[in-house]
Design a protein around this ligand. Structure first.
Ligand SMILES: [Zn+2]
Length: 271
């Protein structure tokens, strides 16, 4: 236990904690009203003018809800209040901040707000990370009852439940969006493939029937238009002008006029 309490170990723990905070994507998120209701309930339970739901970031305490403190969206991480409360598992209570050594120097205590009473329950993930607090604040010293602290802990549990539901919804929306994107990419690829096949087929058809005679011989291009297809018993075929085709048919045994649809041997067998 001792070696875990070094500043390095604490900094490492906090880095891990901050990674978990980031996982919930709540910092600076627009408010949906749920945490405001939690803060209102906390204030009602303790009878304090102020209650907040906070998430403790690296260098600020961000207010997810803030009852009784208009216009405040975040404060610093000076030790003594939320930044300290988030470091312990149990409820954190300061009955009179003006005489409590943990909070004497805190700006919310020394400053205009004149904070005197502070009680906070940590918002804890199922795997044990403390994200922030549900807390109540007063400008006068206060005592707390076990019933109040129990309810505060339950409110922190409600906040955690809502954060989990919210995260599930975020993931669901994101998964649906990715699925839709993947589907769009697939149909895009399909369209491209069909276009390629069509192009290849068009090229194939034009290859099938050349514009000029293929029977003139290697060094003597004929140049006349290709009119008929001739084939031999080996399955070889070519397109030729009428004159060259006629010559072949008369002079070379086994050469025949091939059907345009049945090339080579298939055409031969069809005869
Ligand atoms: Zn020819």
């Amino acid at each position: 236990m001792l070696e875990q309490d070094t500043p390095a170990a604490r900094a490492g723990d906090n880095a891990e904690r901050l990674a978990v905070v980031a996982r919930y994507e709540i910092l600076d998120a627009p408010r949906d009203g749920t945490f405001d209701r939690v803060a209102q309930m906390a204030a009602a339970i303790f009878g304090t003018p102020i209650a907040t739901v906070t998430i403790v970031d690296a260098d600020r305490v961000w207010f997810a809800a803030c009852e009784g403190l208009d216009g405040v969206t975040q404060v610093g991480t000076e030790p003594g209040l939320c930044a300290s409360a988030v470091l312990q598992d149990d409820l954190y209570v300061v009955n009179d901040a003006a005489i409590d050594p943990r909070t004497l120097e805190h700006p919310l205590v020394r400053g205009e707000l004149g904070l005197r009473f502070y009680a906070a329950a940590p918002i804890v993930t199922s795997d044990g990370y403390r994200l922030g607090t549900v807390n109540v604040i007063d400008q006068a010293p206060r005592e707390v009852t076990p019933e109040q602290t129990e309810l505060l802990a339950q409110l922190a549990g409600l906040v955690m439940d809502h954060l989990e539901l919210r995260l599930s919804a975020i993931h669901a929306v994101r998964a649906e969006r990715e699925l839709k994107h993947a589907e769009e990419e697939r149909s895009q690829r399909r369209a491209e493939l069909i276009a390629q096949l069509r192009e290849a087929a068009d090229a194939g058809f034009s290859r099938e029937r050349p514009t000029t005679c293929q029977l003139g011989g290697r060094n003597r291009a004929c140049g006349r238009p290709a009119e008929v297809k001739v084939a031999d018993g080996w399955g070889d075929s070519a397109w030729g002008c009428l004159q060259h085709a006629e010559n072949l048919l008369l002079e070379v045994s086994g050469v025949f006029l091939a059907d345009e649809a049945l090339s080579g041997l298939a055409g031969y067998l069809e005869r």
